[in-house]
Design a binder for this molecule. Structure first.
Ligand SMILES: [Zn+2]
Length: 307
């Protein structure tokens, strides 16, 4: 276990985190066989890992074996509609790269991985329940259905590796937003994919999102109500395990009272201030805050440029 005295910035090959240390860290944090873990991880936060993302995945699999499952999002880029000729030529499939980071892309390449067939919010899983869970997340499913199923099973756990600022959310807030049927106006986006008959079809984004920054407002409430099961470190990364059924129940209870609770407080955030049915901001105010921010940055760089 890391002493936590070495910061991520100063991590070097001399501080390398090994496979054995990771297995030990995962076990100490409480990762067990029999549960399904939704992994949200910042690889960089762990430190210099010998073998990279692949080592983290193999150590996790060792900790959850033989009856556990690991799941992560491996979402695919969307494009504005109507699709340009360039974007129309991109076909989303099992092999499409994900923007979700190193762990997601390494999981996609794992020989034992199963992928969901959702053309945009694609999940990938390895382990005992991977095939069953992924086969039920299809183009017809709600975008976050895989996480909903994990939460509702009672065996779903969220494993966050990295600080709350670096890795936002615990996997269930989007599920809660979907279950609440909140409406958000977003520019139409989509991607081409092959449907069940092998024909190329346009898949349009059909769910509400969320900027994610405000999702951390739930953290103190999870803690207070016992939904955070364990906290510790994986390598050098502060990490936590939460009970997905419990975090989802808390989110639903709070959002019923206050639908806007998940929003961030940034006056320049167009997503939170302008796009939701209960957004109370206006375009002029958001644009002014954005312009002011740009100006401050510009003045700051001029000032420091002269130093
Ligand atoms: Zn926001």
């Amino acid at each position: 276990m890391s002493t936590g005295t070495t910061t991520v910035e100063t991590a070097s090959r001399n501080d390398k985190v090994t496979y054995n240390q990771l297995v030990e860290d995962f076990k100490k944090l409480g990762v067990r066989s029999g549960y399904m873990y939704n992994v949200k991880a910042s690889l960089k936060s762990i430190g210099y890992v010998e073998g990279g993302a692949k080592t983290v995945i193999n150590a996790l699999l060792e900790a959850v074996s033989p009856d556990g499952t690991i799941v992560t999002d491996s979402f695919v880029n969307v494009w504005p509609l109507p699709l340009s000729a360039k974007h129309a030529a991109i076909i989303s499939d099992r092999n499409s790269p994900s923007y979700a980071g190193a762990i997601a892309n390494a999981m996609l390449k794992h020989p034992d991985a199963f992928c969901s067939s959702h053309p945009i919010q694609r999940f990938v899983a390895i382990g005992a329940n991977a095939e069953k869970l992924m086969s039920r997340h299809t183009p017809e499913s709600y975008a976050y259905n895989a996480l909903k199923e994990m939460a509702e099973s009672g065996y779903g756990r969220n494993l966050k590796i990295g600080t709350d600022e670096k890795v936002v959310g615990v996997g269930t807030t989007h599920v809660a937003i979907g279950m609440m049927k909140f409406h958000q106006d977003r520019p139409p986006c989509g991607v081409n994919y092959r449907n069940g008959n092998g024909e190329i079809e346009l898949f349009k984004r059909n769910w509400a999102g969320g900027c994610g920054v405000g999702f951390n407002k739930f953290i103190p409430i999870y803690r207070e109500r016992g939904a955070i099961l364990r906290e510790g470190t994986i390598g050098q990364a502060p990490s936590k395990i939460t009970d997905m059924a419990h975090t989802l129940a808390i989110e639903l209870e709070i959002l019923k009272e206050n639908p806007a609770f998940f929003m961030c407080d940034d006056p320049a955030c167009a997503d939170c201030r302008l796009t939701w049915e209960f957004s109370t901001g206006n375009k002029l105010s958001v644009n002014c805050h954005r312009a002011l921010r740009k100006l401050r940055r510009l003045l700051g760089s001029l000032y420091y440029g002269r130093q």
